[in-house]
Ligand binder design. Structure first.
Ligand code: ADP
Ligand code: ZN
Length: 747
């Protein structure tokens, strides 16, 4: 076959190589390039592939090379930067380029008609929402104003009266500002039907402290370094991001604004939309395929500048002319994808994307990760601090309540201490709102037989079933559920509950505060998105007095009337067998604390715990995160944990426990031969395990994990490659394909 032209193709598969195909006779090779899409047959199935190279010389007999089926002219071309990102991610996370391609393009062809229609209705919907939200804000403020006026009329003491008078003039001023915003929104054509009109960006005026941080950030960018913005909650990090984004857009550069979870960013979305208008696009996995394709297409073809607000998957959009990446809440674990491959961390992948595009990047957090602090210490990233809250309010007071001591003194009423009850009553009397965090959902997380002691477990997972109020016992890992009969299945005993989940806390709260309006937010109730939105909006409007929930309530919301936040059974946050446990607990508690007392008044943060001496609480109470971080950093260094090393976790999953164990042992020996030939399997050695994880069986799959800790030196990438090769060889020689997963930087 003379004159045949060969190409290599990336397929959306776990495939270590990029197969070679021939272009059909008569194709003009000049018309075909890298990034073009082709339909090909592979292992008797059709795939849409991406051309990774043209004009290649096949290393097998050219006669055996199959031609492509056809060129997919109506499918979008992939930018070289996208392919580069796929390669780097595959390299770093030890997966294949095809797996990254599959994650980046989960949807098929773009129907532009459909995409445009979706865009139009979205625009209309957004405008209405914005107007609605401003009107809602005004009416909420008016309600607050009335309340304050009533309190002022009742107040007897002079100093109290003065306080209320100040509050009242503050609220009146705020109403004035909101009315202006409403008028401005109306003027800028928001009420109209012309979809092309855009909103004028109002100016951002930074405070002195913000200005300093802003200049320091600019200086970091000038030195071509990533910037870590460590700013307390309410310090106005968002305002700084917005100004940076505005600058990038005015330089005709595009912006990617990453958040860990979109559900919690609705307020942010509204704020950005108010500012950036139609240039704002939102992208996350829960959007419809049509909407996702629409965003991808608008980005690919955009010449007017865009700002994407999205979760980690928006890293794989067809970005071009990127000027700035913002990684909000960089410490958040939700940035890490655990399954399927690529098991990537959005923050670290953002750093890769920043290198590819040579753009600026700012990572922000009130509680930075040790990884990022380490990067700053090493001089690779620039640390910028913002210690003042914008509204000047102080961070909330903290009270740690020792539940063991209270129980002894009969100071507990169910799961609420009398002290907490008093604080709650006071907050409610003063018209404030309350949020309560309990990290377990359901009514009771554990059920036990009162006669034989048997704990009711899931038949498919190695975890206890939780009892739910609707009379079911549910597995929180695989979703299995049984009807609750009240009796033990092993003997004739009766089941009793151990511990309390959010449902029970809600019940107790209802009995303790009969007049209060109470709602619950956890992944049971949040499964219904409309309910979730309604609850959050209801709380924001002051229609709910007490909101009880799991970790969901710690994130992302800005409620101006929230004066008391409390954690019940905080011990559950510390109990994780993981070197990151304390860091995570601190981040969660600090974030929760930041929810309250944001405006004109100081809030109160109550922690109920049976371990009041725990260093995490002490550091929060002392307001000294730097001390905690230094301590944690030293500990990580002593044990050679990340960020001082890099951990690669190997996960073996099997339906048969004995085989999982046997294979994991064998693989462990293989890896130890490579990384630690003379060592013993003890903590601190390069290879640990295999061990069964805390939950050692999920959905009938028995799990074993092996951890390899690699030194961060120039041999790092060789070491990682060796792991990947060892695993592939093992899979082949043992005929054990599909059971082993590699997870780089497990969270
Ligand atoms: P962070 O993101 O650091 O928690 P935010 O950006 O949400 O803080 O700011 C907290 C509050 O202060 C918000 O209500 C915001 O509107 C207000 N704020 C912050 N900076 C400014 C500013 N420069 N001008 C006006 N309001 C600001
Ligand atoms: Zn289960």
């Amino acid at each position: 076959m003379t004159g045949a032209h060969y190409i290599s193709v990336i397929l959306p598969l776990k495939l270590e190589w990029e197969p070679c195909y021939a272009l059909p006779d008569g194709t003009d090779p000049g018309q075909v390039g890298r990034g073009d899409r082709v339909k090909v047959m592979f292992a008797n199935r059709e795939y849409s592939g991406v051309i990774s190279a043209t004009g290649i010389t096949p290393d097998t007999d050219p006669g055996k090379i199959k031609p492509i089926l056809y060129l997919e002219k109506d499918m979008e071309k992939i930018f070289p930067e996208e392919i580069e990102l796929w390669r780097k991610v595959a390299d770093y996370y030890l997966c294949t380029v095809g797996e990254v391609y599959k994650a980046a393009y989960p949807y098929g062809k773009i129907n532009l008609e459909e995409a445009r229609a979706a865009a139009k209705s979205k625009v209309r919907e957004r405008r209405e929402k914005l107007l609605e939200s401003i009107r809602g804000k005004i009416s909420r403020l008016e309600v607050r104003l009335e309340k304050k006026k009533a309190l002022l009329a009742k107040a007897r003491k002079k100093s109290v009266k003065e306080g209320y008078a100040e509050d009242i003039s503050e609220i009146e001023a705020e109403i004035g500002r909101a009315r202006e915003a409403l008028e401005a929104a109306g003027r800028s054509g928001l009420n109209g039907t012309d979809d092309n009109s855009s909103i004028d960006a109002p100016g951002i005026t930074l405070s002195d402290a913000q200005n300093k941080a802003y200049s320091a950030t600019q200086a970091g960018f000038k030195a071509r370094k990533p910037v870590l913005l460590h700013g307390v909650t309410g310090s106005g990090k968002t305002e700084i991001y917005m100004k940076l984004a505005h600058n990038a857009l005015s330089r005709n550069r595009n912006v990617l604004y990453l958040v860990p979870e979109i559900a919690l960013s609705r307020q942010l979305e509204d704020r950005l939309y108010e500012y950036f208008g139609e240039r704002l696009m939102v992208f996350h996995s829960a959007e419809s395929a049509a909407s996702k394709r629409n965003v991808a297409e608008r980005i690919r073809t955009s010449s007017e500048g865009y700002i994407v607000l999205g979760t980690r998957s928006s890293l794989f959009l067809p970005h071009h002319d990127l000027g700035l990446i913002i990684v909000d809440e960089e410490h958040d674990n939700s940035y890490k994808q655990d399954s399927p491959a690529p098991r990537y961390n959005g923050r670290d992948t953002a750093l890769i994307l920043h290198q590819i595009h040579g753009c600026d990047i700012i990572l922000g957090s009130a509680t930075p990760s040790l990884e990022e602090l380490y990067n700053c210490q090493a001089g690779r990233h620039v640390l910028v601090e913002l210690k003042e809250r914008y509204h000047g309010s102080e961070s909330s007071d903290i009270e740690i309540i020792d539940t063991k001591a209270e129980r002894r003194k009969r100071g507990m009423n169910g799961n609420f201490s009398r002290k907490l009850i008093d604080h709650m009553n006071r907050a409610l009397e003063q018209g404030g709102q309350i949020m309560i965090l309990r990290s377990r959902r359901a009514w009771a997380p554990v059920m036990q037989c009162d006669s034989c002691g048997e704990i009711v477990k899931c038949p498919h997972c190695n975890v206890s079933l939780s009892y739910h109020k609707d009379g079911r016992m549910v597995c929180h890992y695989c979703g299995h559920s049984d009807r609750y009969t009240g009796g033990c299945s092993k003997c004739t005993g009766t089941l009793i509950s151990l511990g309390a989940g959010t449902q029970k806390i809600e019940e107790e709260a209802a009995a303790l505060f009969p007049k209060a309006r109470i709602a619950r937010l956890d992944s049971d109730t949040a499964q219904n998105k409309a309910f979730e939105t309604k609850t959050i909006e209801g709380f924001a409007k002051g229609e709910i007095d007490i909101l009880i929930g799991t970790q969901i309530v710690t994130k992302g919301f800005d409620f101006s009337n929230l004066t008391l936040v409390a954690v019940i059974a905080a011990d559950a946050l510390l109990g994780m067998q993981d070197f990151r446990a304390d860091e995570k607990a601190f981040q969660l508690l600090e974030q929760f604390r930041g929810r309250c007392g944001r405006r004109d008044r100081k809030g109160l943060f109550v922690i109920q715990t049976s371990q009041p001496e725990h260093p995490v609480y002490k550091k929060i109470a002392d307001n000294e995160p730097a001390g905690l971080n230094a301590g944690l950093m030293q500990e990580r260094k002593d044990f050679n944990f990340p960020p001082f090393s890099r951990i690669v976790e190997i996960i073996v999953k099997d339906t048969y426990e004995d085989r999982a164990e046997r294979m994991a042992q064998r693989l462990g020996r293989t890896l130890r031969n490579i990384f630690d030939p003379d060592g013993s399997p003890v903590l601190g050695s390069p290879v640990t395990g295999p061990y069964p994880p805390v939950v050692s069986k999920i959905a009938d799959q028995h799990i074993r994990t092996i951890r390899i800790s690699l030194k961060k030196d120039r041999n790092l990438s060789t070491g990682k490659k060796a792991i990947k090769e060892a695993v592939r060889d093992f899979e082949k020689s043992q005929k054990y394909d599909g059971h082993i997963m590699i997870n780089v930087d497990p969270s």
